[in-house]
Design a protein around this ligand. Structure first.
Ligand code: GRF
Length: 200
């Protein structure tokens, strides 16, 4: 069974969705560790609740990004982690982690990339009066939400769409899609079955 590390910075609702499918047996993986860069993030409480070890690494206490990531890597090595799952981790992955985990880091982003990369993708879609947005799961490279796309699912924006309604629709998709894609990636090594369209 593959061992994964989840990286999160905030609420961790995607982390929770992954915990839930591991617990129910729908995702055949072990969540070895949570890596967090924000003290007090709710994701850490979720880890405690689930009995998952968590480590908070604050980038600012390290002299460089390399040293910050080396400290994380040391922990990942201790747990023999196979795969890194970014779930609301608000930081670019640097060369240290990228070279150690080449092709084994994935991210979820709340837009149809390459549209609306970076921060506040939901706000960006609303400001642009986009007709469609959605969710992208992609491999991670050195860029900001630029790595090869694995899967996307779209969401229609209604005329009266608000930040709250769009965020809710997007998160509902995220919480189903990420576990499904992880199951395929971790057990088949690829996504070779595309899920049916869901009613939003
Ligand atoms: C998600 O919308 C994800 O797509 C983005 O950050 C958000 C994290 O939400 N990368 P949560 O912390 O999982 O609730």
């Amino acid at each position: 069974m593959k061992k994964i590390a989840v990286f999160a910075s905030g609420n961790g609702s995607n982390f929770q969705a992954i915990i839930d499918v591991v617990t129910s047996g729908e995702l055949a993986a072990e969540i070895s560790v949570l890596i967090c860069d924000k003290p007090g993030a709710y994701a850490v409480e979720r880890a405690n609740e689930a009995g998952i070890p968590s480590f908070v690494f604050q980038a600012k206490v390290y002299p460089s990004k390399e040293e910050y990531e080396e400290a994380i890597l040391k922990e990942l090595n201790k747990y023999d982690v196979d795969f890194i799952v970014l779930a609301g981790y608000m930081r670019l992955i640097g060369t240290t982690l990228l070279s150690a985990y080449q092709g084994r880091i994935v991210n979820i982003h709340p837009s149809l990339l390459p549209a609306f990369p970076g921060k506040d993708a939901i706000g960006q879609a609303l400001a642009a009066k986009a007709k469609w947005s959605g969710v992208t799961i992609h491999y991670v490279d050195e860029g900001m939400d630029t790595g090869p796309i694995i899967i996307q699912e779209r969401v229609k924006l209604e005329d009266n769409e608000t930040r709250e309604t769009l965020q809710k629709k997007i998160q509902q998709i995220e919480h189903k899609l990420y576990p499904e894609v992880l199951q395929m990636l971790l057990t088949q090594g690829d996504v070779i079955y595309v899920t049916k369209a869901r009613a939003n």
